[in-house]
Design a protein around this ligand. Structure first.
Ligand SMILES: *Cc1c(COP(=O)(O)O)cnc(C)c1O
Ligand code: SF4
Length: 351
């Protein structure tokens, strides 16, 4: 099953390894730069009908399509309902305005004590490293957030470090974004060095989707700055479907575990993608197989353009109850919703 798209050889599953012969596996930047951003190219690669194009072009204008090729490789050709495709293909539905779905559902734009920091919860805060993501997920609550204006540029990261130093209640710093791993290892290493010098900071957490979408991102350098220092390393990856975990992803996640990181996963419950307990159980098992435990199962943030992904709370409770029957307790994530102004994620009782 070795084919490349260029060969014009068709298989159901795109099994192409993106790497060319002799290419170094840590060339993640090249892979990132080669992401597919043109809906027409995507439809061609996947052999999908042109009827999807007008809607895709329209919605691409409000939130750009961006998909790294290793993620596309895990999609099934000719299937417009593929659970990975559905997460990233712009659809005409996104331009419908639905009441209750707003531009900034988490009211994050009013929670910045200093540029690049979102401090909402006790003891931990978000450090916004990079405005960019490697992949643009259509359901993302950040699709309207001005992250480009709110990331740490040259000088303002010293201000952010000063803020953390001044708050001795902060024992955990969460690198966030966008995707924090979209930044280079040298920049991240410098940032982590500065954080390590603050005695009350004990834990370094990274929220990222990059090891899933471009597993080559788990470089030796990264393992060094993340797992080799004083701070206890925790990574929360974001994976919504078992098909996102292929062998390369599994290897990357295992490397993180072997280097000493605790690796957890959060999932967004998404209609048409993972809203059945079988898919959720498969996901938990695939994660466990890669050394990862489930953490949160999020109800969708009510962001404009994502209403067609919404699964209501009643249905979500049924799914989690079914999941509890199918899986051991440690493979059942906590069902939560994020409510603006609350002191933590809001747990949703399932019984
Ligand atoms: C989700 C989130 C955190 C982390 O919450 P945990 O429950 O510790 O995972 C921290 N700060 C903000 C602003 C968040 O949205
Ligand atoms: S923040 Fe996460 S969910 Fe949102 S677009 Fe980036 S990778 Fe996707």
């Amino acid at each position: 099953m070795i084919t490349r798209y260029e060969d014009g050889v068709h298989t159901d599953k795109l099994s192409t390894r993106f790497l060319l012969p002799g290419e170094q596996p840590d060339d993640w930047k090249k892979v990132l730069a080669d992401s597919v951003t043109d809906p027409e190219v995507l439809l061609n690669i996947l052999n999908l009908p042109d009827t999807l194009l007008p809607g895709a072009i329209r919605s691409d204008k409000s939130f750009r399509m961006r998909i790294p090729r290793p993620f596309i490789d895990r999609m099934t050709r000719g299937d417009q309902h593929d659970p990975l495709l559905r997460q990233v293909l712009p659809l005409g539905e996104e331009s419908e305005e639905v009441s209750g779905f707003s531009l900034d559902p988490l009211a994050e734009q009013s929670q910045n004590p200093t540029e690049g920091i979102i401090h909402k919860y006790q003891g931990r805060l978000l450090l916004i490293i990079s405005g960019a993501c490697a992949i643009n997920c259509r359901f993302c609550f950040r699709r309207h957030f001005p992250y480009e204006d709110n990331r740490l540029g040259g000088d303002n990261w010293m201000q952010a470090i000063d803020y953390i130093r001044s708050q001795d209640s902060i024992h955990e710093v969460i690198l966030s974004g966008g995707d924090p791993l979209a930044a280079t290892d040298s920049r991240l290493a410098r940032m982590v060095e500065a954080l390590s010098d603050i005695p009350h900071v004990k834990t370094l957490r990274i929220h990222t989707r990059l090891p899933i979408v471009i597993p080559q991102r788990v470089t030796k350098e990264m393992l060094h700055w993340f797992c080799g220092g004083r701070l206890k390393p925790v990574m929360v990856i974001h994976c919504n479907h078992a098909n996102e975990i292929d062998e390369q992803v599994e290897q990357a996640l295992k490397k993180l575990r072997q280097a000493g990181a605790i690796v957890l996963n959060q999932t967004v419950l998404l209609k048409g993608i993972n809203d059945d307990s079988g898919s959720l159980a498969d996901l938990s098992h695939a994660l466990f197989n890669a050394g990862v435990l489930p953490y949160y199962l999020h109800l969708l943030d009510r962001v404009q353009g994502a209403a067609h992904f919404d699964v209501n709370e009643e249905r979500a409770k049924v799914l989690v109850n079914e999941l509890m029957q199918k899986c051991p307790g440690y493979l059942v994530p906590r069902l939560v919703r994020e409510v603006a102004g609350e002191a933590s994620k809001t747990p949703i009782p399932v019984n």
